[in-house]
Design a binder for this molecule. Structure first.
Ligand code: AMP
Ligand code: MG
Length: 404
């Protein structure tokens, strides 16, 4: 990986651009076919093209009566047949109408449907139409939604409930998707202990492992759980060497200034290392490199920093490697419900919520604190070098935009 030491701080966009460039240079090439039941969250490898008109035949949009408008002179009509959804009706008898239900095929010869609320059924069973009729009303024409050959989804689309429903509507049972990206998660730090074990002196529980593994799975990655990695060069080398078959090694911790950075040493010896100092808060230090050819991203260890740098930088990188085009979260311009008096050198992503249409902040924005992230509905972006008064517009990124 390239990158190089930075003298100043690297702006978020520049870091993202570098990561996306790296991702595009290492795309996941192999595809697999999966049934729709297993395709949720996967990335489409080929465009979805309609092999069917939708609707496949003209049908009624209402419960009502079908007739041929040109043949009708305004007189009450006898009902010559009854057509339920799922049936294959014979042609309409001239001079009659057909009782028809929503989703049922229009019989040949009929072109217009009147809803049942607008007709009067007379004593002799004939049907009188009380409102003016318009040719083709309440008819869903063959192919009005989709025509054979239409490109409905481009390659690189992330499949979710709507896309799966769309594929199903076309009768498609299997899709070609990218294979899962294999991502190894390493939590570095002598102080870390896994939940369920007693906490010794000086120890804390490992938050990042669970945070990242759950998140990566939501992104459709196959996770290789590297557990906790002690702050030790030999162990770091051995752990990295054991991960030769993954697409990315994602580690947290050990990138703070002043700490012995064993990950960095190992990458320098047997790969490449770039240490980025990002203009981002929480966050700032980020390792980007490779070990024996396997890409490595090292995120800062404080959990809120992990959250922000993974969500805004590593997540788009991973999605782009899967061939996804739109990798950045949607953000919305909303009025600040707070003031910001101190222009910063780094771009801030503040744990925030919406209250009466305004963005309000959690009082604890410390980079170690996940509690405020659990409270938050989104991240409020305060650009470097700016101040805000109440009511000023800022970008709000819903957490739901980055968590999946
Ligand atoms: P480091 O970058 O290793 O200096 O870590 C920065 C801060 O994040 C320290 O307070 C660490 O104890 C904390 N930290 C690092 N990794 C984790 C983790 N996996 N879970 C919770 N806190 C962590
Ligand atoms: Mg550490």
């Amino acid at each position: 990986m390239n990158g190089g030491e930075q003298s100043g701080l690297l702006p978020v966009e520049a870091a993202l651009q570098r990561l996306l460039t790296l991702a595009e240079a290492a795309p996941i090439g192999d595809n697999q076919r999966v049934g729709l039941a297993d395709a949720d969250g996967r990335v489409l490898a080929e465009p979805l093209i309609a092999g069917l008109d939708l609707p496949p035949w003209a049908n009624s949009a209402m419960d009502g009566y079908a007739l041929c408008l040109a043949d009708w002179a305004g007189e009450p009509l006898t009902v010559s047949q009854r057509i339920q959804a799922g049936s294959a009706p014979p042609p309409l008898q001239p001079g009659s109408c057909a009782r028809i239900f929503t989703g049922a095929p229009l019989p040949a010869g009929a072109d217009t449907v009147e809803m049942q609320e607008n007709v009067v059924v007379e004593a002799d069973g004939r049907v009188r139409f009380s409102e003016p009729l318009r040719l083709g009303q309440n008819v869903r024409q063959q192919g009005q939604e989709t025509r054979v050959g239409d490109h409905l989804l481009p390659a690189g689309t992330r499949l979710g409930p709507i896309e799966l429903g769309l594929a199903a509507s076309l009768g498609i049972a299997e899709l070609s998707v990218r294979r899962r990206l294999r991502v190894a998660v390493l939590s570095t730090g002598d102080e870390l202990v896994e939940p369920g074990l007693p906490l010794g002196p000086g120890q804390i529980y490992n938050s990042n492992r669970r945070l990242l593994i759950a998140w990566l799975r939501r992104l459709g990655c196959a996770v290789v759980d590297g557990g906790i990695l002690a702050d030790d060069l030999q162990l770091t080398r051995a752990a990295l060497a054991a991960l030769s078959d993954v697409d990315l090694i994602l580690s947290t911790g050990g990138v703070s200034v002043g700490e012995a950075d064993f990950l960095g040493v190992a990458l320098r010896e047997e790969g490449e290392l770039a240490l980025w100092k990002l203009a981002i808060k929480p966050g700032k230090p980020l390792t980007c490199g490779q070990f024996r050819g396997v890409p490595v991203i090292g995120l800062p260890g404080n959990p809120a920093s992990t959250l922000v740098t993974f969500g805004l930088l590593a997540r788009p990188y991973l999605l782009r490697r899967m061939g996804v085009q739109r990798v950045e979260p949607l953000g919305f311009a909303l009025p600040a419900g707070f003031t910001w008096n101190k222009p910063g050198k780094r771009r801030e992503y503040l744990r925030a919520r919406l209250q009466n249409g305004r963005v309000v902040l959690h009082p604890n924005q410390s980079s170690g604190v996940l509690r405020s992230a659990a409270w938050a509905e989104g991240l409020a972006e305060v650009l470097e070098g700016t101040t805000l008064a109440e009511g000023d517009s800022l970008r709000f990124i819903p957490l739901s935009e980055i968590l999946g």
